[in-house]
Write a protein of this length. Sequence first.
Length: 255
Amino acid sequence: MTTPKIPTVHKNDSRLYVWDGGEHPGVTSVVGMLPKPGLMFWAAKVVAEAAIEKGTVTESDLGFLKSTPTRDRDNAADIGTNIHDLLDRKINGEELSLTYEEEGYMDGFDQFVERFKPEWVLTEETVYGAFEDLTYAGSFDAITVIEKETWLIDFKTTRSGVHPEVALQLSAYMNAKEVIHPDGYSEPIPQIDRCGVLWLRPDKWAFQEVNPLAQREMNWDHFGALLRSWHWENGNKKKALGARLASGVSTAEPF
């Protein structure tokens, strides 16, 4: 996960970026409005694995088992944040001292660099944009030039690989109005020719093209629909019901 370089706050499990006198939902929080039925099965799986690993399970272990999915998710998020930070520092010329596991991720990155020869333009920057009347912000991983084409690249470290919703995430970044630098200076986002995901794991890597360009308008509309859903869930639904006009007590007893 990319660490934002401008102030953020967290409300109702969403990250909001503080900019230009307002609070704007983050791209990943908006895309998180997509239904994820597979998470239910993943949660059951990690709880079952924790129970098997523990062996004898009693009622006193209930809290431990219930919190297993949260621990697993947070651990993966910590790894992702750390690798993103290392990549940003490496791209910007810093010498790194790595653990054994981190070396696997960085070796995959080195192989990508050797093969594609990227010329880095921007890394770990924040964008601000709007879909119709609704604003948003987000932090992209990298913009680079490969063989004279400008690429918007997202770094992923998830065990399960690359998922299609990354196209909505990249579409939001591409359609943003401006890049916001930590010093408050802003500039238009560069024209993007192609998008891709660099997937890194300790023992393997892959570079995969994403197609928001071929489906740019459709993906942008989908992101806009999720942005409206985010506003419904985080405020508009509270205004949906009016005053109660009547009420009473019912009974099943015969008259």
